[in-house]
Design a protein around this ligand. Structure first.
Ligand SMILES: [Zn+2]
Ligand SMILES: [Zn+2]
Length: 151
């Protein structure tokens, strides 16, 4: 039995992945302060050890759930991390409460987990993941800049 072809393909894949996501310095993925603004219903704020500050709304975080099911679903629908599902046009408008976690807790020292009010809780948001999806102007500017789509 030969897995020669398979092995070469996965090596290429690996190389591409490595290039796409260079490891972040530890200081950039170490949170100094983590605030979950539950009562305000606002979202999550993190002050990083390197001085950077990030904030995400709960709705965005729910749509950015990093669990395998949600990642697959987004890939199938061509949605980006944090991008909401397109609203079905034919359906009568129905009030859906904005996504909010019922609770949140730390996972070891590397991540935070939300128990969403809709019952979903499979996503583990690692500090590294969160830092990579920082929504601040500085980070999103860099991100849109590299895709090379001028307005
Ligand atoms: Zn999920
Ligand atoms: Zn940022």
């Amino acid at each position: 039995m030969s897995h020669e072809g398979l092995r070469i393909a996965s090596k290429d894949e690996q190389a591409r992945d490595d290039q796409a996501s260079e490891p972040l310095p530890r200081i950039a993925t170490t949170p100094e302060k983590v605030r979950v603004l539950m009562t305000e219903g606002k979202g999550l704020e993190i002050d990083w050890a390197d001085g950077h500050k990030s904030a995400w709304g709960f709705a965005w975080l729910r749509e950015a759930c990093p669990c395998a099911n949600c990642v697959d679903e987004r890939a199938q629908q061509g949605r980006k991390t944090g991008q909401p599902k397109p609203k079905p046009a034919a359906v009568l408008p129905m009030y859906t409460p904005p996504p909010k976690p019922a609770s949140a807790h730390a996972v070891g020292r590397y991540a935070i987990q939300f128990n969403w009010a809709d019952g979903h809780s499979a996503g583990i948001y690692s500090w590294e993941f969160l830092r990579r999806v920082c929504q601040c102007r500085e980070c999103t500017f860099v991100a849109t800049d590299t895709t090379g789509t001028p307005n």
